[in-house]
Unconditional design. Sequence first.
Length: 613
Amino acid sequence: MSTKPSIFKRMFLLIWNTVNGLRKLFLNLIFFGVIAVIIVSLTADDGIKVEDGAALVLNLSGVIVDQKRQVDPIEAAMKSGGEADGSGEILLSDVLLVINNAASDKRISQIVLDLDMLQGTGISKLQSIGNAIDSFKATGKTVVANANWYGQNQYFLASFADKIYLNPQGSVEIEGLGRYRLYFKSALEKLKINAHVFRVGTFKSAVEPFIRDDMSDAAKEANLVLLNDLWQSYADTVSANRGIDSDTLALSANDYLAQLDRAGGNSSEMALNMKWVDGLKTAEEFRLSMVDAVGKSTDGDSFKHIDFYDYLSIAKTFPSLSLNDKVGIVVAKGNILNGSQPAGQIGGESTSKLLRKARFDDSVKAVVLRVDSPGGSAFASEQIRQEVLALKAANKPVIVSMGSYAASGGYWISASADYIYATPTTLTGSIGIFGMVTTFEESLASIGVYTDGVGTSEWAGFSVTKGLTPQIKEIIQRHIERGYLDFISLVAKERDMTLDYVDDIAQGRVWTGREALELGLVDDLGELQDAVTKAAEMASLDSFDTEVIERELSPQEQFIQEVFASAASYLPQSLAQSSVLESVLAQWSGVIEEFKAFDDPNGVYLYCDTCNY
């Protein structure tokens, strides 16, 4: 009896079930996408109204960024049924647009800062928002902050308010700045993993976790100087805003205990005693106080207000300028990787393409390169810098505006600009270079696995299972040393400095923007708008528009982005890690993933790990 028909039948059923399953999957994605659009459309109020005298509630939820990451529709769909990962992003430009519009909007009487859901954001971006709040207050309008608790960054922004209120069960957590990390040398030795490190720069500490069990003295020295400078900027701003002594912010353990005892062990009373806050209010008490201040809303449930996201939708409907001359803005945010990377990341090819787009656009007369990057691939960094040179050769001025950090590779792509702006708390410099090769020959040998064979050269068949010969190590080190010489030579040429001077201030050391100005690494301190103004001035533009140069999305991509980006805004924040073990594993996997993501073809990196505070 033949079995072929049954075999063919089973194969046919398998293929059909596979095709049918894929069909159902894609139909479900389209179906739920349409449902999401309908839900958003039904829940959205097309006629958003701003009541006279209303308060603008800045309910900032997520991380403030210069450019949002591209939304992956499949990933968003998978997350929509479970917990979110807390990766919501808000454009800094959107926050500034909302505050500036509200300042001239006669319907808006005050701003309420609701910062409970504001995640980790660099001080430089918070300072930019704070400056906008100061301009808002200069119109005679008031700003109040209200929260269940204030973390250090939330409190920094809250300090710009006229009044700060805290829940009676809440607290203000100001702990100062620290730099602690995990070190893996002994663990690697026990696992018989060899980390071959090649670097130039006394302070280039990115690879220290793989070759030490503690922080080197040089790294401690540099980190402490940097932390003290950053903290001084924080403390000076908050103390000036609040009219209190900067020494009363980050208390010693003994002083904290004394103040806590004075408040009867109540953290909120302690915050009130320290004048960190102006009053303690429950959610209901705050609601009633706002009803007294601005009146009851038409729905009768709350005070007259409009939240950030609704007001943003109104602000973006205002007609924009349509002038012939433009200042183009290219955002370079994140680690510098090779090839084409999605929005919110830097790619050697993709970021270069944006700069070329600005170069060949006759309406773009000057370019602002907004850099918010700790660096990455040396090869990709040079690709991007070459496009900066091409823009200059086309007689289009290039101005760099540094964000939270523009260090190592971030400084490399900035160095050839016509003019460089940093904020006082920008982390920059980190002029150094390193390479690392991890080999597993000993760990494999311990379980009886070996690599052997022949080749026409020592390079042939190179593998992490073979180890490195002394000659190959020397060759790699020479390449690293040459890369460092290229780096300091580039800075010396572009910044009109001597090689010895650059070498002295380089060595992988990180500087704040304020220090970088004194050292000559940047030209001035300022915000993005200062850079735009400077670009227009250098291009001799009397009237101009600004345009963010971005990769154009297809109609299908735009539809998917809007659908899933809208749905993502309703997702809850993720829970914090629940154990020390999870924290340790997260740090370990984070370091590994960070280095795995790096893809320089020569294995040479310009990267500042110190920039992540």
